[in-house]
Design a protein around this ligand. Sequence first.
Ligand code: PLP
Length: 407
Amino acid sequence: MQQLDIVKIRKDFPALDQKVFDRPLVYLDNAATSQKPKQVIDAISNYYSTINSNVHRGVHHLSQQATEAFEHTREHIQKYINAQNSHEIIITKGATDSINLMAYSFGKKYLQLDDEVIISALEHHANIVPWQMICKELGAKLHVIPMNDEGELLLEKFEKMINQKTKIVAVGHVSNALGIINPVEEIIEIAHKHNIPVMIDGAQGIVHKKVDIQDLDCDFYCFSSHKFYGPMGVGILYGKEKYLEKMPPYQTGGEMIKKVTFKKTTFNDLPYKFETGTPNVADVIGFDAALNYIEGIGIENIEEYETELLQYATEKLKGIDGVKIYGEVPHKAGVISFNLKDIHPYDAGTIIDRFGIAVRTGNHCAQPIMDRLDIPGTIRASFAFYNTKDEVDRLAEALEKVKEMFG
Ligand code: PLP
């Protein structure tokens, strides 16, 4: 593994180089969104300054160049996750959009009255609500793999939940609220034994770990560009061709059609059947630059560095009297969720902010986890490869100050 040159890396991220309340910013809200390297910012600016035009429609030079750059990103994503075909890569607006596409399109094709969908107790609202809505609409049932007090999913219960009515399993790769890496390989294996497809919500997974879709053998995988050092407004849904081919369009309009008459419309081939209207071309091209950037550093190097940083931060925070960490299990990535004894997370977060440190407080769009743990929320520090041990020390100092202030 290669040692990362963090000083050099940080120079690539302009937003990290600023003061907040007169102190150098410590950005520990990466699970909400990551900062962007200047290579990404430049790629977006460059697109608008040079080849800005609509894609897939024009015969003119600019449109062809924009289309080429846009499709190049799709192929880049395909290679990055080792998908078999580029038409299995659907470009969406974000992970939430991808999951909505899944729930509505997969749901309309494969779910009927009394069928069952399985999610887990560790999901982000984005992987709960769309399934809840489609189940309600179609009279299907939503079941939840339970977790233990540490936040680990109970796989023995999962296998018992599966029956003839189960039509899909949709689980997160890594919990955004607790940082727990779910045993997705085992979940996929168990589901496949029963011929049930699996969708992985990889919004917090792909950012910390190498994802090889063919190794993982999941049937769908989705994520957002903006958590992965790319721009906002771009998401990915990978799906196996055998399912995508049969799924109906999620939205309709221009781009996704083959032929339209007032009587009838036929739909375009994959992946365009699922990509309606003008896409977010500039940001898709910006995401290509993000992938280049990550490949330049190496996701394995990132994973190793972040794992060490997380261990350091965990030990540091455990050394502070009154800190309670949630979800402290061996397999974790990028996140520490904790509370300070007798201090509401929101109050703590407000004071931590005054020290120039950005953490997230609250339920992290995962209210069922907070209900299960019987807490109003947590303070969440989430890490990226540009964070340092010094920044962890600054967080620890701020927590001591919060304790002092609350007596
Ligand atoms: N899934 C998980 C695990 C997440 O952490 C998030 C965002 O925090 C989402 C889905 C939704 O991502 P987005 O808001 O980019 O659509």
